[in-house]
Ligand binder design. Structure first.
Ligand code: PLP
Length: 451
């Protein structure tokens, strides 16, 4: 009898239905018929698929310690009397392919500075992705502007470019697309809308170091791009951030704003004294030294994550009810700060996502739920009801905002998203196989997960 190939999806479905006998002489990928896969789930007292450890994060390089102790002993701890922050800025701009980089205290302060430097002011409106970390829109509120959420495309996990234009009003001054999890937004479409309506674009690339879109780095495609180097990040320093741009006048303005409004570059030439209002968002020398040591591994790590993510892409999509992210048009590579997929409950006999996550954790595979529907967070009403916002925006505008704050794409994404943290992707190929095995095992035994 001829041997026929079947897809993994067919094999998994058939195996789970107890129909393996009908596939005699068919070539079925080994993991789908591996007896281990069909064992009792670990959450029900069975043996876990993965019993070993996962890579730790962050990873310290002791070679950096001499530079750090030299700097500490010198007493030159702030950027004003040391060279390390400027050295880091030069290296990071080179890595990102931009003319300039300004290091900041955090990603949040990088975003606040960029918006302010681009002229976002009290009473303005800024269009923003809703599927993101809270800081992406806190920074709009800190600048006294109104965050206007544009619905997400659940397939890409990103702002849906087709839905941007309808949310523009005569108060809109900027768009803040977020490359969440390191997945690049289709920036050509965002920039086209921005150009048509004369809006500024600040990319929230706080999770997108080395992510690539049409040959360029995420963060280098709008007016300014912002990064975070907080402890969990792929390039960590405890805390830290950066703004990148090719616009000298803008970067001079950012530098001034982040340094108490002190004159800098073109800002110096246009005004005396303190020409603009600023604050202290400076990076410290120690952060820059940690970052430069971490930069020695960033390209190698990114390649390992990409290889493992590509493997997961190809295997997970064969499991019914598991839909990995789709790269947006023009996106060439993600940074994989997290690896996301959507879990379709109905394919798992209506086992709730939280129970699926607990079952996967029990199999020794760390994973978590994605972001919640933050456009409904308490802080939003708190802001809209504040004295200042009632002064800045008419009652009619705030009513309309509430009526339009309905984001079905984002709601379904929040319900379905499951993520693996970036350091999981630094594991071995056999670790990735365990992820596939564990999800397959849960799928095959989904009936035993019913509460
Ligand atoms: C998408 C996004 N934006 C902004 C930030 C803010 O960065 P930071 O924590 O460095 O202030 C983060 C940090 O987690 C982030 O993930």
């Amino acid at each position: 009898m001829a041997t026929r190939k079947i897809t993994r999806r067919q094999a998994v479905t058939a195996a789970s239905a107890g129909a393996l006998g009908t596939f005699v002489n068919w070539t079925i990928p080994p993991f789908t018929i591996n007896s281990r896969v069909q064992e009792k789930l670990a959450i029900n007292g069975g043996e876990k698929v993965h019993s070993g450890p996962w890579p730790d994060w962050p990873v310290w390089d002791t070679a950096a310690e001499k530079n750090i102790t030299d700097m500490l002993r010198s007493g030159r701890w702030w950027r004003g009397n040391g060279e390390h922050v400027a050295d880091f800025e030069k290296r990071y701009a080179e890595l990102m392919g931009t003319k300039r980089c300004l290091a900041t205290a955090s990603g949040t302060t990088a975003l606040i500075t960029s918006l302010k430097a681009l002229g976002v002011d009290a009473g303005d409106e800024v269009l923003v992705s809703p599927y993101t970390f809270i800081a992406s829109y806190n920074v709009i509120i800190i600048n006294k502007a109104l965050p206007v959420f544009v619905d997400s495309d659940p397939e890409t996990f990103l702002i849906d470019p087709a839905k941007i234009e309808s949310r523009i009003t005569d108060r809109t001054t900027a768009i803040l697309p977020v490359h969440i999890y390191g997945l690049p937004v289709d920036m050509d479409r965002v920039n086209a809308v921005a150009k048509k309506h004369n809006l500024k674009v600040v990319e929230d690339a706080c999770q997108a170091w080395l992510a690539q879109y049409r040959g360029k780095k995420a963060g280098s495609l709008g007016d300014a791009g912002c990064f975070s180097f907080q402890n969990s990040k792929n390039l960590p320093a405890g805390e830290g951030g950066a703004i990148i741009s090719n616009n000298d006048a803008l970067m001079d303005r950012c530098t001034s704003i982040h340094n108490c409004g002190r004159p800098f570059g073109t800002v110096t030439r246009t005004a005396g004294g303190y020409p603009i209002a600023g604050t202290n968002f400076r990076m410290q020398q120690i952060q820059a030294l940690i970052l430069m040591s971490q930069m020695n591994r960033i390209i190698k790590d990114a390649d390992i994550r990409l290889a493992n993510a590509s493997y997961l892409d190809s295997r997970l999509k064969e499991i019914p009810g598991i839909i990995p992210y789709r790269l947006a048009d023009g996106a060439e590579r993600s940074a994989y700060h997290l690896y996301p997929f959507r879990y379709i409950t109905r394919e798992f006999n209506d086992v709730p996502k939280e129970r699926f996550i607990r079952a996967l954790n029990a199999e020794g595979i760390p994973c978590s739920s994605g972001y919640g529907p933050q456009n409904k967070d308490g802080l939003i009403e708190d802001t809209l009801n504040s004295k200042g916002y009632k002064r800045l925006f008419s009652e009619a505008r705030l009513r309309q905002w509430r009526e339009e704050n309905v984001l079905p794409g984002n709601d379904s994404l929040c319900n379905e998203a499951v993520t693996f943290y970036q350091s999981i992707l630094l594991g071995s190929r056999s670790d990735m196989e365990d992820i596939v095995k564990a999800i397959t095992k849960i799928y095959q035994n989904r009936a035993s997960l019913k509460a």
